[in-house]
Design a binder for this molecule. Structure first.
Ligand code: SAH
Ligand code: AVI
Length: 306
């Protein structure tokens, strides 16, 4: 972690990787975001899953579901239930960097679905994807919530390729991506009126204080989120309120100028061509493209290109 933080905070402009949002509090704040009126992404994706889970499962006939960045697996239950209607026993492998999130997900799902085997994996998928041997195939890989959008083009292709390398010919990948749309809707989703996204953004500073003994004063950083239309991405930043010096043990003092920013997250938005380009570069081919009624979000079903 210190090496990531060193590289990011000493870079120009400064940046920090979004995986550090997700300690226990960050994971809870993200769950709150998914219920905000402005944050349409989760609701739109749920709508698509409700409409198409049966078809997705029918075309794949999976016995195992591997989910990257599973979080609380709230929407995943729709897929798991659809899988159970076609297979007596189902294995679920949630992969997440947040151990707290995974533990809760594991306990809740086992209590809810007695027919489900849950094999959680704590892993940083941006570094590697070590998975347990999968005895029950085919496997449906799921990468929901537009979390792929938090990776730049190089990182996204590398990650999809890592998944592709774990797939056999009859496995499939279900990929959730947020669609390009008007700036107002996009910016509102990342600037909610209740201020939850701002608190989620600042949570990274609490994480750095706890994990590294840093002395960030979170209230001296302002949340900024805007749509960068040229790059088709939302950018989240934390802006220094006044000039200040931050200490992170092991690093030289970080001198922040008034209003200087730290970029904490990119959230890329796609269209069909962008998803196809990304997939092709990773050795995957698009077979199905599902969209919600308002064309806000999309689920793509991908197969390994032979
Ligand atoms: N899939 C859920 C959660 C999305 S939030 C949904 O659609 O609502 C993003 C999730 O990805 C969080 O649970 C976070 O802990 C996880 N995550 C973020 N970066 C990660 C990384 N590098 N490796 C593994 N998990 C990561
Ligand atoms: C997890 N990820 C896809 C979310 C997003 O929309 O980029 C995280 C998030 N950031 C602010 N609000 C939600």
């Amino acid at each position: 972690m210190l090496e990531d933080v060193r590289a990011g905070l000493l870079a120009t402009p400064r940046e920090l990787p979004p995986k550090y949002f997700y300690d226990e509090r960050g994971s809870r704040l993200f769950e709150e975001i998914t219920r905000l009126p402005e944050y349409y992404l989760t609701r739109a994706e749920r709508e698509i899953l409700l409409a198409h889970a049966a078809e997705i499962v029918e075309t794949t006939r999976p016995h195992t579901l591997v989910e990257l960045g599973a979080g609380s697996a709230a929407k995943t239950r729709i897929l798991l239930a659809a899988m159970h209607s076609q297979a007596a026993a189902v294995t679920y492998v949630p992969v997440d960097v947040s151990e707290d999130f995974l533990k809760q997900t594991h306990d809740a799902l086992e209590a809810e679905f007695p027919w489900l085997r849950v094999e959680p994996v704590v892993a940083d998928m941006s570094v590697g994807l070590e998975l347990p041997p999968m005895a029950h195939r085919p496997v449906l890989f799921a990468f929901l919530g537009s979390t792929i959008g938090n990776f730049d083009a190089t990182g996204a292709v590398a990650l999809l390729r890592r998944i592709r390398d774990r797939m056999r010919a009859d496995d499939r990948l279900l990929l959730g991506t947020d669609l390009r749309k008007d700036r107002r809707t996009l910016e509102a989703a990342y600037n909610d009126s209740a201020g939850v996204t701002a608190e989620f953004n600042r949570n990274m500073l609490y994480v750095l204080n706890t994990e590294l003994g840093a002395d960030f004063v979170p209230k001296r950083f302002e949340h900024r989120a805007f749509y960068n239309q040229t790059e088709h991405r939302i950018e989240m930043h934390l802006h220094s309120v006044g000039a200040q010096t931050v200490h992170v043990p092991g690093l030289p003092p970080i001198e922040m100028r008034d209003r200087e920013g730290i970029r904490t997250e990119l959230s890329y938005k796609y269209d069909r061509r962008a998803v196809e380009e990304l997939s092709t570069a990773a050795g995957l081919s698009l077979t199905h493209w599902f969209v919600d009624a308002q064309s806000r979000f999309t689920l793509s079903l991908l197969e390994p290109t032979p």
